[in-house]
Design a protein. Structure first.
Length: 571
């Protein structure tokens, strides 16, 4: 084992280990890093210490010795509405870097990785691919819904309603005080929930353990079992790059389509694949989503809170429905193939245990997960749009877009930051038929923050919700719904066409044909050749904006981040 080789090379290792309480006999055991994002930072991480301790106990029971390490994450929800959200995407790469330091400065034989939320789970996936030691993931599950199934993604809409005078301040306060009744990821199919599911779909988690209710005692059992499995993986020498292949990532994207997963997955899965030595581009997502069946009736696109996902059978139940589209021979952390895992779950009582929870809701599995032949939709849930406005692509979650906006020609209303745009929406400067353009919010512009409050202000507005579009080189929260197109590439800070758009340019959106382009100027249609000449002339007179950040991590991130279509990671 690598830990034993290091002991021979580094004579200080043994006395330093013993100085923190290790016994002599511990030194020769398989040494397992238990890396978590535990911290008093937000509900997705505040409860993770218990699972880290359970994993450490499982390691000990299997004959190994665990060392707990911590790289706490931030909360996108707490960072919303101010410049804190600019740190969100950069935090993903920073956590991955810190885990690399932890794992390589004191090499371990295997690792257990415990996280819950938007940037933490993808950071762990990136780190696992990078350090490539035998690894297993445990996720911290999802919080309970509040009274009347209240969930956090509704707060943005209620806040916009309050600002418009549609509800009182007292009503908004009540909603805020009851939306998060427990720890765990937010209870909707946002980025946190999506990425927990992606980790299992990639084969890096024990089958059926993703997105369990955070309050469920079964989760502690899974954490202990993960610790035991990490010791087995160390002895087998089964490394992540040996089992996570392009087939594994295609499985994950197929599951992503079935659950109507967050568009942020188009940042995180390519970034993780890059660390595994693989390349996923926007065309991979578009190809797999094109005729995929969308089955999961979970918010924000669906009806139910995310805690019901596990009750209905979780990732395995989704996989059973789309089994014919999956690579069932993909290897997993159990040491078995995906197909073998699915067969084992039918025999070990997994679905019966889930059913006991579901009965308490009064629902059936089919209320939450539709059968493959009776889907919610048959053309996936996202599309990659291209054209002279987004030569490298843009992403739209079309399952959440009103049908009126699937094909439209709109008047451009460009803004150079989100604050200006949301003010225009709330004050009804924006009118039906407009395309709100928010630019200079990409990775190199401001760190690629979410445009969550703007999307909520639009989707909750009865007049604008199905009559305008939001187009940005930034990104959206996984909770976002409505006519939103993001990740426009190249971004404005690099002089992409979105930087050249002027007031009342005509913008064509055609989701079916995957088109996003400028088709007119000052409200008048022009030919493709005329538009090309106009954009070339504007580019000659375009002046780059000064760097927003002159020091610190966001300066480093903005200088080194690749295009959103490649994953937005730091090169």
């Amino acid at each position: 084992m690598v830990s034993q080789e290091i002991r021979r090379i580094a004579p200080e290792m043994d006395p330093l280990r013993m100085g923190m309480g290790w016994k002599v006999e511990d030194l020769e055991k398989p040494q397992i890093i238990v890396e978590s994002t535990f911290g008093d930072s937000h509900p997705g991480s505040a409860h993770l210490l218990a699972f880290a301790n359970c994993a450490a106990e499982g390691v000990a029971e299997a004959g190994g010795k665990a060392a707990r390490y911590f790289a706490t994450d931030i909360c996108d929800g707490m960072a919303q509405g101010h410049d804190g959200i600019n740190y969100s995407l950069a935090s993903r790469d920073t956590i991955a870097n810190l885990i690399e330091i932890h794992a390589n400065a004191t090499p371990f034989d295997a690792g257990v990785f415990i996280s819950s939320c938007d940037k933490a789970v993808p950071a762990h996936l990136m780190a696992i691919g990078r350090i490539n030691i035998p690894s297993i993931v445990i996720t911290g599950g999802v919080m309970e819904a509040g009274p009347d199934l209240l969930t956090l993604e509704q707060i943005g809409a209620y806040s916009a309603m309050c600002q418009r005078g549609e509800i009182t301040e007292e009503q908004l306060t009540w909603y805020k005080h009851h939306a998060c009744p427990s720890c765990g990821a937010c209870s909707f199919m946002g980025t946190a929930s999506t990425m927990q599911i992606m980790a299992e779909a990639l084969g890096l988690m024990l089958p059926g353990s993703a997105l369990m209710p955070a309050t469920c005692e079964d989760l502690k059992t899974f954490a202990a079992e993960a610790g035991k499995q990490a010791v087995k993986l160390a002895k087998l020498g089964l490394k992540p790059r040996d089992m996570v292949t392009m087939d594994s990532f295609e499985n994950a994207i197929m599951v992503h389509a079935a659950i109507s997963g967050s568009t942020n997955s188009l940042l995180h899965l390519p970034a993780a694949a890059h660390e595994f030595g693989l390349q996923i581009d926007e065309e991979t997502f578009d190809r797999i989503h094109a005729d995929a069946h969308y089955l999961l009736d979970i918010r924000p696109a669906g009806k139910w809170p995310a805690q019901y996902f596990y009750y209905a059978g979780g990732v395995p139940a989704i996989m059973e429905e789309i089994k014919g589209r999956l690579h069932l021979d993909a290897m997993t952390v159990t040491g078995k193939t995906l197909g073998e895992n699915l067969e084992d779950l039918k025999k070990n009582g997994f679905y019966e245990r889930c059913e006991e929870y579901l009965k308490k809701t009064g629902l059936t599995r089919r209320d939450v997960i539709r059968p493959y032949d009776k889907p919610i939709g048959t053309n996936g849930t996202i599309a990659i749009l291209k054209g002279n406005l987004a030569p490298e692509g843009a992403v739209v979650k079309h399952s959440a877009v009103p049908k009126e906006m699937h094909r439209a020609v709109l008047r451009a209303k460009p803004y150079d930051c989100e604050e200006e745009a949301i003010d225009a929406v709330l004050k009804h400067v924006i009118r039906p038929g407009d395309a709100v353009m928010i630019r200079y919010e990409g990775p190199k512009g401001s760190g690629m923050p979410e445009m969550f409050y703007t999307t909520e202000a639009i989707s909750s507005d009865a007049e604008l919700g199905s009559a305008i579009a939001l187009i940005t080189d930034g990104r959206f929260s996984g909770a976002s719904k409505g006519p939103a197109i993001g990740h426009v590439s190249p971004e404005a800070a690099e002089g992409g066409p979105i930087a050249l758009v002027e007031e009342d340019d005509l913008i064509e959106i055609d989701i079916l044909n995957r088109v996003l382009r400028i088709v007119g100027v000052r409200g008048e249609r022009k030919s493709e050749q005329e538009i090309e000449a106009i954009l070339a002339n504007r580019k000659q007179h375009w002046t780059p904006k000064p760097e927003k950040y002159r020091s610190g991590v966001l300066k480093i991130f903005s200088q080194h981040a690749v295009s959103p279509m490649k994953g937005g990671y730091m090169r």
